[in-house]
Ligand binder design. Sequence first.
Ligand code: DSN
Length: 480
Amino acid sequence: MADLNSLTSSAYNQALEVIASVEPRIAAATKAELADQRSSLKLIASENYASPAVLLTMGTWFSDKYAEGTVGHRFYAGCQNVDTVESLAAEHARELFGAEYAYVQPHSGIDANLVAFWSILAHRIEGPWLQAAEKKNVNELTDEDWEKLRRELGNQRLLGMSLDAGGHLTHGFRPNISGKMFHQQQYGTDPATGLLDYDAVAAKAREFKPLVLVAGYSAYPRRVNFATMREIADEVGATLMVDMAHFSGLVAGKVFTGDEDPVPHAHIVTSTTHKSLRGPRGGFVLATEEYAPSVDRGCPMVLGGPLSHVMAAKAVAFAEARQESFRAYAQKVADNAQSLADGFLKRDATLVTGGTDNHLVLLDVSSFGLTGRQAESALLDAGVVTNRNSVPADTNGAWYTSGIRLGTPALTTRGFGHDEFDSVAELIVHVLSNTEPGTTKAGGPSKASYSLAEGVADKVKGASAEMLDKHPLYPGLDLA
Ligand code: DSN
């Protein structure tokens, strides 16, 4: 058998020829995307590089099959191969995370959270209601009772981490559907330290008495004690839902264990597959046996037909994450985040919470006199891909922001280590120190425009290229 690199090269070259025969501009854009990803410092905390095996699995005829329902219980005929794929993906997920039940159909993280919300409502509200009315399902309810149940379902409470403290928009942020379907309140972080204050969370939970307590984050640079969150949930009768989308790779890789592993503590855990877990773009839900029957109704309750080609790729990615080498990768992601944070701190930059102990760092760019938007743009000019992010109590709002979120999963996949992440911190500080905020057309201070000193972008790109060339993306993959 030819070696894997040359097999991958021929697979992609041939696939691109087939695509180009129909729409050459898409083939060209696909090639350009690889070139861009190869030549930039990708520091977006929610991105990674999936393996060729994962990527290739998505490009098949499983895409053509409808399979609404669950394994062995579909609304369409001919789903025997989809059943194989879905069972295998769920089995790998259960084994990988030590979960009682896994549901691998959600198309994204938001979908996974919607499945979790509706399964909690179905299990906690709809189920007992039907039982009391001695009905098997909602179709048996009178119109009047159905209206009462609908009002009850729409009258529940959710407590989640606020967006500016590092929570996610699906954790009850008003512009998101989670903030509309629930009465929501948010917990934040300690204003002095930026850290979660569990006593404050408990006090809020006692007062608000939520049906759902959501833990997890997308921009909080620290670990969470999920045993404590479960104690809080139990005390107030809430269901504990943990969104581990950002750190599921660190859970899979056993960097987060004991109280920091959400799976033994939460009733329901949701995640994406494409961030630190390094799989295809998608979501999944883990649950206790108690919640499994309602989670199983995710499609068609909340989701459209499962993306069978993506479920197949999830199975491949979970299989990869079960290998010993993934543990080493996950540990390196966390070690590298530490190196990045140290690199900033020794250059006097300001980090939210003063550091990190997960995969991400939140840099407060206000000390450079910049908004997050200006910093993000200047860094992009220099080939450093990041995303702007709010910091706690951000005075610049969620559009301009005062922070830059940086994550290590992607560059760790390329093989970057301590010294490279120290250099990355140096390059970022160099760019931001040489960026001036611009002015509006009327001459006032602008939150968007900026000017980067001449020569800085080229110098940073040159230094990055040296590191990137030493750690090629998809080594051996040569496109024609
Ligand atoms: N967009 C993802 C992130 O960047 O964190 C979460 O939705």
